[in-house]
Design a protein around this ligand. Sequence first.
Ligand SMILES: Cc1cc2nc3c(=O)[nH]c(=O)nc-3n(C[C@H](O)[C@H](O)[C@H](O)COP(=O)(O)OP(=O)(O)OC[C@H]3O[C@@H](n4cnc5c(N)ncnc54)[C@H](O)[C@@H]3O)c2cc1C
Length: 383
Amino acid sequence: MAPHSSSPGPSADLLVVGGGVMGLWAAVMALRAGLSVCLVEAVRIGAGASGGLLGALMPHMPDRWNEKKALQRDALISLEAEVARLEAETGLSCGYRRCGRVMPLMRPALVERALKHQADAAQHWPAAYSWRHLPQAAHPGWPAPSQAPDGVAVETLAARIAPRALLAALAARLRADPRCSVIEADGVAALDPARGQAVTASGLRIGFSACVLAAGVESFPLLAPFLPAPAAALGQAVKGQAALLDAHVDPERPILFADGLYIVPHESGQVAIGSTSEDWFDDPLSTDGQLDALLTRAALLAPELADAPVLERWAGLRPKAVGREPMVGQHPDFPRLFALTGGFKISFGIAHHLASRLIDEIRGEALDLPASFHLSTHLLLVT
Ligand SMILES: Cc1cc2nc3c(=O)[nH]c(=O)nc-3n(C[C@H](O)[C@H](O)[C@H](O)COP(=O)(O)OP(=O)(O)OC[C@H]3O[C@@H](n4cnc5c(N)ncnc54)[C@H](O)[C@@H]3O)c2cc1C
C-alpha cells in the first residue's frame, strides 16, 4: 500500500528492489559498471527464497541442446571466477566448491541413457567437464549400493554454494562501496517509472534513472500496474521445503541426486536435503510431512544420514515466470523499468550472468539473452 505522505530519500542511477541473489548481483554489477545504486529490501537481505539451505548449482541435461542450456553452462563455468573475485574483495567465504554430482542408476536402461549423456556432454561441454557411467560409486555408500544396482552416472560440472554465505558476501561488497546505499526493513510501496521515483512503506522518496525489480515472487504483482490492460498474472510462486543435517560428511563429496531429491554436502560436514515443489500450499513458510518424506528417501539413498540431527527445516517461494524462463530486461513501454526475476529453480547458477547482461542493457546495449527470457516476451504471453 502506498504511504500517505513521503519524505525525500536518496537518489541513485539504479534503484534495485529486492535483496535476494538476483538483486544483490544486479547491484554489484552496476557498481562495477560505475553506476550509483540504492538497494531497497522489504524485510532483510535473504528474507526470500535466496535465504535457504541448498545451493545446488547443477547443469541441465546435455541432450537436446539449445541456447538456454548453453547459457546456463557458460554461467555455471563463469560463476567460479566471480565467486573468487567476490571472496577476494570481501575476505568472506561463499562456501563454493565444484563438487560434481553422482546419480544412482536403478535400471539397465539408465546405463544406456548415461552413455548417451556422456557423448552429449563431450559434444557440448568444454573438455574439462565430463559425464560418465561408473559401475560403482567412488565414495562407498554415496549412494548405497542397493540403490544403484546398475552403477552411477557422474558429472563434474555441478558445483555447490552456501546460499547465506554468498548473500552475506554480496551484501558486504555493497556496504563497503560509498556509491551504494542499502535500505532494509522498508519495501517499495509505490513506483512511478515514468518520473523515476519510488516511495517506500515508511514514506522515503527515492529518485532513480533506472529501476530493477528483483523482488522474487513479489516482482509479479509489482509489475502488474505496468501492463497495458488487465491481464493474467506474470508468474506464480512455487513453494519448496528443505532441511539441513549435522551429518559430518566429507565436504568434498559430490552432490547426490535422484529423481528430484538433492543431497548437498557443504563445508563443516553439514548436508542440505531438498526440495519439495508445491504449486498449491496453505502456508508459504511452514514445513510438513512432505519434507519428512524427503528425509526418509535421503536416508535410504545414503544410510549414514539416517541418524544425523536435523539442524534446520526451511521453506521458501520460488519465482516462476509465466513463460517458464527467467524474466529479464527492459519494459517496452516504461524505459526506466527493468525486470530481473523468474529464476525459479536455478537462480544461484545464473544470477550473476543475467545481472551482468541486464546492466549492459541499462547502459544502452541490446539485451544479450535468449528472446524467451526477455520481459517483453513474457508480457506478450499475458496481454
Ligand atoms: C526449497 C528451495 C530450494 C532451492 N534450491 C535451489 C538450488 O539448489 N539452486 C538454485 O539455484 N536455486 C534454488 N532454489 C531457487 C532459488 O532459491 C530462487 O530461485 C532464488 O532465491 C530467487 O532469488 P530472487 O532474488 O529472485 O528472489 P528472493 O530471494 O525471493 O528475493 C526477493 C527479495 O525481494 C524482497 N521484496 C519483496 N517485495 C519487495 C518490495 N516491495 N520492496 C523491496 N523488497 C521486496 C523480499 O523480501 C526478498 O528478500 C530453491 C528454492 C527453494 C524454495
